[in-house]
Ligand binder design. Structure first.
Ligand code: PLP
Length: 411
C-alpha cells in the first residue's frame, strides 16, 4: 500500500469574514483610514475596536497599535525601562520578544523553562536577584501558560512588574481570567498567524491609568488622546503629555475594521482549535520515544499550534524523522536546529543579547518539535497528520533495529 500523504497547507488561514470585508470596504470608500481622521459624530474603527477589546478582556484601558512587537516595546517604555536595564524573559520565545527589549534599550536576560515549556520559577528568582531586574516580559510561548497565581505572588516578592506577551494566548484563559490580565500590561498580536487576522497589528490592555496614558501618548496620539474611548481621563494626559515622546505606531481604521467582527469569533475559534488539538494529541499518544506535553486543568488554551518532545534523540535521527514527515506533506519545525529557519530561531541565535547559557532549556529545545494547526484543517486532517507522524516515528525505530541486526553480519 502506498503511504498516505497529507495535502493541506500549514500556512493557510481562514478567509477574512464577510462582515469584516464589508467594514473594510466601507473605510476605503470614505477614505478616512487614519484613526484621527473622522467627521463630526463619527467613532473611528480603531477607537471602537479598543472599546470592544477592552470589554472582551475586562480591562479598563486598551490601545490598538501597529504590531505585536510594537505593543511589547510600547509596554516596556511605559513601564519606565531605561537604557541598559535588564529585562527578564523566557529563554524559549520568538525573536520579536528579545527584539522589542533591545529596541527599547533594554538587555534581555533569558530565564530557563521546564519540560512543560513554561518559565522555571527558581531560575526566575535567581536571575531577578542576580541582575536586580525590575521587569519580566512573560512570553506565553506557543500558548503554554505557567501557574499564573504562583507567578504573580513570586513577582510581587521579587519586586518585578510583569508584561505579558499574549501573541499565542489571545482568547485563552487561566482559571477563568483572560490571558493578559494578570500582569500590569497584556500585549497581543493580530498578525496573520495569530488568533485574529489583520495582516499586521497589535493591542495592549491595562488597568493602570498612568501606563495607559503613557502608551497612548507613545503610540503617536499627538494631542488627540481624547479620541480614545478606552483611555483614562484628560487630567492623566495633562500630567504626562509633555514628558512622553511620540514613537509612532498607531493602528489604522482599515485593520481595525477587519478585526472588530473577529473578537466575537474567538470563543468559537477556541473550540474548533481544541477539537484539532485533541485529535492530534490522541493520535500521538503512546508512541515510543515521543513525549506529549500535558496541559494543566486551569488552562483554557488556544490550540493554534502543537508541540511534542523527542527527548534524547540524536540530531541525525530527528532530521531523518523531519525529512520523512515532510516527504509525506507534514511540515514540522524543530527548535534544536543549528541554523535558524523561517520563523524558528532560539536564544543562542540572538547574538545581540550577548552569550547566555540556559542548559535546561537547551536540552528541551534539542528535542522540541512544533507544528501549526490552522483552522482550515479539519479534525480528520489532524488525525491523518498524527497517523503519518506515528508511522514515521515507528519506521525510524524499525530501521534502526534492522541496522543493529545487520551490522554484525557485515563485519
Ligand atoms: C508574533 C509574535 C510576537 C510579535 O508579533 P508581531 O505582530 O509579529 O510583531 C511576539 N511574541 C510572540 C511569541 C509572537 O509569536
Amino acid at each position: 500500500m502506498k503511504p498516505e500523504v497529507f495535502t493541506g497547507s500549514f500556512t493557510q488561514q481562514e478567509p477574512i469574514p464577510e462582515e469584516a470585508i464589508a467594514a473594510a470596504v466601507a473605510v476605503m470608500r470614505h477614505g478616512r483610514l487614519h484613526r484621527y481622521n473622522t467627521v463630526a459624530g463619527e467613532t473611528a474603527e480603531a477607537a471602537a475596536l479598543e472599546a470592544e477589546f477592552a470589554a472582551f478582556t475586562g480591562a479598563r484601558f486598551c490601545l490598538a497599535v501597529a504590531s505585536g512587537g510594537y505593543a511589547l516595546g510600547c509596554a516596556l517604555r511605559a513601564c519606565g525601562l531605561a537604557a541598559g536595564d535588564p529585562v527578564l524573559t523566557n529563554a524559549f520565545t520568538l525573536a520579536p520578544v528579545p527584539g522589542a527589549i533591545a529596541a527599547a534599550g533594554g538587555r534581555p536576560v533569558f530565564v530557563e523553562i521546564g519540560p512543560d515549556l513554561t518559565l522555571d520559577f527558581d531560575d526566575l528568582a535567581g536571575k531577578a536577584r542576580a541582575t536586580g531586574a525590575r521587569l519580566l516580559m512573560l512570553s506565553h510561548m506557543r500558548g503554554h501558560v505557567c501557574d499564573m497565581e504562583a507567578l504573580m505572588d513570586l513577582c510581587g516578592d521579587l519586586g518585578l512588574q510583569v508584561i505579558e506577551d499574549c501573541a499565542h494566548t489571545m482568547g485563552a484563559a487561566w482559571n477563568g481570567v483572560p490571558s493578559g490580565r494578570h500582569g500590569a500590561i497584556g500585549c497581543y498580536s493580530t498578525q496573520t498567524y495569530k488568533h485574529m487576522n489583520s495582516g499586521e497589528g497589535g493591542l495592549v490592555v491595562t488597568d493602570d491609568e498612568d501606563l495607559a496614558a503613557r502608551m497612548i501618548l507613545l503610540s503617536g496620539s499627538y494631542m488627540l488622546y481624547a479620541r480614545h474611548p478606552a483611555a483614562p481621563g484628560e487630567e492623566v494626559f495633562r500630567r504626562l503629555r509633555l514628558d512622553i515622546p511620540n514613537v509612532s505606531g498607531r493602528m489604522d481604521n482599515l485593520r481595525a475594521a477587519v478585526l472588530r467582527p473577529q473578537i466575537a469569533m474567538l470563543a468559537d475559534r477556541r473550540a474548533r482549535w481544541a477539537a484539532l488539538y485533541r485529535r492530534l494529541e490522541a493520535g500521538l499518544a503512546g508512541i515510543p520515544g515521543l513525549r506529549l506535553i500535558a496541559r494543566p486543568e486551569s488552562e483554557a488554551y488556544m490550540g493554534s499550534s502543537f508541540q511534542f518532545l523527542l527527548p534524547d534523540w540524536e540530531p541525525a535521527r530527528i532530521r531523518a524523522f523531519l525529512a520523512g514527515a515532510v516527504g509525506r506533506g507534514v511540515e514540522l519545525k524543530w527548535f534544536g536546529a543549528d541554523e535558524p529557519q523561517a520563523f524558528t530561531s532560539r536564544y543562542p541565535h540572538w547574538r545581540y543579547a550577548g552569550v547566555q547559557s540556559c542548559p535546561a532549556t537547551d536540552r528541551i529545545l534539542a528535542g522540541l518539535i512544533d507544528l501549526r494547526l490552522p483552522l482550515t484543517f479539519s479534525p480528520e486532517d489532524a488525525a491523518q497528520i498524527a497517523r503519518i507522524l506515528r508511522d514515521e516515528a515507528l519506521r525510524i525505530g524499525q530501521a534502526e533495529a534492522v541496522a543493529a541486526v545487520e551490522t554484525p553480519l557485515i563485519q
